[in-house]
Structure formats: C-alpha cells, structure tokens
Design a protein around this ligand. Structure first.
Ligand SMILES: Nc1nc2c(c(=O)[nH]1)N[C@H]1C(S)=C(S)[C@@H](COP(=O)(O)OP(=O)(O)OC[C@H]3O[C@@H](n4cnc5c(N)ncnc54)[C@H](O)[C@@H]3O)O[C@H]1N2
Ligand code: MOO
Length: 404
C-alpha cells in the first residue's frame, strides 16, 4: 500500500493550475496571482510630511528661532514656491514637502504667532517627519509575487500600486458526488436503515474554505449506470470527488462504474487510518479523487489530499497541512502499518510556553462525526510507531488553523 506522502505526491503530480483570468480587484481576494503585481507608480510619489506642522529647513529651525510662514501645503495641494532661509510652510500629513524644505517641525513643538510667524520650541533634526519619495515602493517593483494567495493586505497594496484588475488563477470547480442506496439529503425522506448524507456538505465547506467552488451533485444510488451518468455530467469540473463505494464490498461501485467510461486508475488503497480505500485516477481530462464513505475518513482524507489538491489547482505548491508539536495527554498504543490520524482535544500546557496537550478521544470509529466536530486536532502516528507514555512529544494538525 502507498504511504500518505506518496499518495499526495502522486495526486499533486497529476494536477496543474487552472487557466488564469483577469478579475476586478475586489474579486481577487483569496485567489492566487498568476503573474507578479508590478507597481505602476512610486509611493509616496514625492517627499511628503508624516505629520501636521511646518515644512522647514532644519538648519534654520533651532529652538527659539522664529520663521516666516509663506504658504500652506495640505495633502493634495502642493505649495508651488520654495522655502528660503528663515521661512516655513504650514503643512499637513500627506502634504508634499515644498522645494527648499528638508524637515517638518511638529505642530506640538511650534507656536503660531498672530504676525504670520511661527516660533520653534524644539530644535528640528534634518529629515525629521519626512517620508521620502518611494519609501513604500517604486514604479516597476514587483510588490506581490506570482503564486501568492491574496490577502486583504495584498489587495490594499495592489490598489495603492494602481491596479484595478489582477491576473489570478480561476477558482477550481470541484464536483462532489455522494454514492449509496442508504443515504438521503438532509430534510429528504430517509430510506429504511438509511442515514443522512453529510459528506458532500462537509466537503463543500472544505472546498469553499480552500478557495474552490463546490458543485454538489445529486446523490446517486449504488448503481453503476447511475454513477457513470453522474460522473459524465461532472467532466467539466477541475476535479471530481466521490464519496462512498471505494472499498471492496459488492456495492462499492465507483471503480466498476467508471471503468467502462475510460477511467484510468492511478492508485487505490493507502496506508492510512482512517482513509484506507482512497482512489485516485483520471476520467478523460478530469482527475477523480474517490474518498471513502465513512464521514470521518472522507473528511480526514479531505484534509490530507483534497486541501493540497485544491491548493495545486489554485496555483499554489500544495504543501501538506502544517504540523505542530504537542505532548500526548494519554498513553498511545503502538501503531500498525497504516499511518494513523487520531481525533484529539488540544489543551493549553500546564506550564506557560510549553507545547499544548493533545488527548485522543477514547473511541476513534470513523463513523463518529460528533467526535470529529469536537476535535481540535489530529495526532499523527507514523506507521509502526512504538507505544508512547502520556507526556511524550507528538505531532498534530490543528484543525482550526485550516479554517475548517
Ligand atoms: N471487508 C472490508 N470491508 C471494509 C473495508 C475493507 O478493507 N474490507 N474497508 C473499510 C473501510 S476502512 C472504510 S473507510 C469503508 C469505506 O467504504 P466505502 O468507501 O466503500 O463506503 P461505503 O461502503 O459506501 O460507506 C461506508 C459508510 O459510510 C457511510 N456513508 C457513505 N456515504 C456517506 C455520505 N455521503 N454521508 C455520510 N455517510 C456516508 C455509509 O452509510 C457507510 O456506513 O469500508 C470499510 N469496509
Ligand atoms: O479507512 Mo476506514 O477510513 O478506516 O474507516
């Protein structure tokens, strides 16, 4: 069986970013830049004042000096003249420093006279309170690299550097297909012995959190023809995700149904718990990720494979979820050959500054959504990891950090 790392590498190798598109700036938040954002101007465009006060020549602005105020320079209204010896210009934050001036006398350190002069109450250092031209960025500078997921701060920077539109990768469209005779949509009649489908809803939220567009397809019964028809309809997606029908039972039909459609299997079954029967392959141009039906398995596989896949389709490298150090809150049994992901509570350490304490829930059944919802973290247990006493260091994935 493939390891989790090999499986992720195979999935990422089979995916390429979506085609770039140009979108209006407000739409670009959360999208990944397809090319660098190059400043179209220099910021600030000239030397400007950082404070309200007086533009002065520092050499003249010694404590006790009195300067003649010859004009005013509010932001957006530069003073056209030149500040000569013994002169000052009233200036406000963001105002362009007039020619001749090299510094700003802070308003609080000045006393305006009724006779059009100003008294310097505190000696001014040369260059004080001046923001130099280009302090922030210069025209032609790549202010945002290609391949970056745009934050609100980046949007502000792109706007300031005079971009109304940005080239970003299209948000990946992910088709979500749940299979099973026993499942019904929330609110619909539930068949005898059946359950309500949670997988596509949870995965849709995960896709959205990762910047993708989820397309929840109608539930299909355990019927090869129906699964094939639904999969055909999803060929326009950047990725088709199925849940259920991944295992070895007589009704586990995903591979049987997709085979005649030309499904090219890359791999099936990995050394992971929960999530062993993971399927990956390609249906024509569309990559297909077949997740197990058990809700916890589907979600944990979503974290380990669908999130990196979405990142890759969005134009990012597709790193595995980041792990953190913690200490085990209970003794952990030795592991078998499947990498284990234990649902756990995460608590503050007894000693400030120490790693948090991760305590696994006593029952780890892969059907238990309530436990998963209450979990703060997944404790990673490598294949064949030895038993560990409480207090031993462990690696965890903090679920809250993933925005899920
Ligand atoms: N003999 C074996 N049996 C099973 C094996 C095995 O190796 N040998 N693997 C087990 C493991 S591990 C898993 S995981 C499951 C995965 O099975 P499938 O992917 O084929 O999923 P189903 O059989 O269709 O369903 C499993 C379980 O999940 C429920 N389910 C299905 N879809 C949804 C949905 N959309 N929302 C919520 N819950 C769903 C379904 O009712 C079942 O209870 O196979 C084991 N068996
Ligand atoms: O792998 Mo299954 O996902 O253990 O329940």
């Amino acid at each position: 069986m493939l390891s989790v790392e090999e499986a992720r590498a195979r999935i990422l190798a089979a995916l390429t970013p979506t085609a770039p598109e140009t979108v209006a700036l407000p739409e670009a938040w959360g999208r990944v830049t397809a090319e660098p954002v190059v400043a179209r101007l220099t910021q600030p465009p000239a030397d400007v004042s950082a404070m309200d006060g007086y533009a002065v020549r520092a050499a003249d602005a010694q404590e006790g000096a009195r300067l003649r105020v010859i004009g005013i320079a509010p932001a957006g209204h530069p003073f056209a003249g030149t500040v000569g010896p013994g002169e000052a210009v009233r200036i406000f934050t963001g105002g362009v420093l007039p020619a001749g001036a090299d510094s700003v006398l802070l308003q609080e350190d000045a006393e305006a006279g009724a006779d059009g002069t100003v008294l310097v109450k505190e000696t001014v250092r040369p260059g004080r309170w001046v923001r130099r031209r280009g302090l922030d960025f210069a025209e032609g500078e790549a202010v945002i690299p290609a391949g970056r997921r745009l934050t609100a701060r980046d949007i502000g920077l792109a706007a300031a550097s005079n971009h109304a539109w940005l080239a970003v990768y299209r948000a990946p469209r992910v088709g979500l297909l749940a299979t099973g005779d026993e499942i019904a949509l929330p609110g619909d009649p539930i068949p005898p012995g059946g359950i309500v489908s949670s997988n596509t809803h949870a995965l849709a939220a995960l896709v959205r959190a990762a910047g993708g567009v989820p397309i929840v397809l109608p539930i299909v019964p355990d019927d090869a023809a129906a699964i094939a028809a639904a999969a055909r309809a999803a060929r326009g997606c950047d990725l088709l995700v199925t849940t259920g029908g991944a295992s070895v039972g007589d009704h586990d039909l995903v591979q049987q149904a997709l085979g005649p459609e030309g499904f090219a299997l890359d791999f099936w079954k990995i050394a992971m718990r929960p999530g062993k029967p993971l399927i990956f392959g390609r249906l024509g141009q569309t990559p297909v990720l077949g997740l197990p039906g058990n809700p916890v398995s589907a979600l944990v596989c979503g974290v380990m494979f669908l999130l990196p896949a979405l990142a890759r389709l969005s134009g990012l490298p597709g790193e595995p979820p980041r792990t953190r150090r913690a200490v085990a809150g209970a003794a952990l049994a030795a592991n078998d050959r499947r990498q284990d992901f234990l649902r756990a509570r995460l608590e503050e350490p007894a000693e400030a500054g120490g790693p948090p304490v991760a305590t696994p829930f006593p029952v780890q059944d892969s059907s238990m959504l309530a436990t998963l919802a209450r979990a703060d973290a997944l404790i990673l247990r490598a294949p064949h990891a030895p038993a560990l006493p409480a207090g031993a260091p462990v690696e965890v994935i903090v679920l809250g950090e993933l925005g899920l």
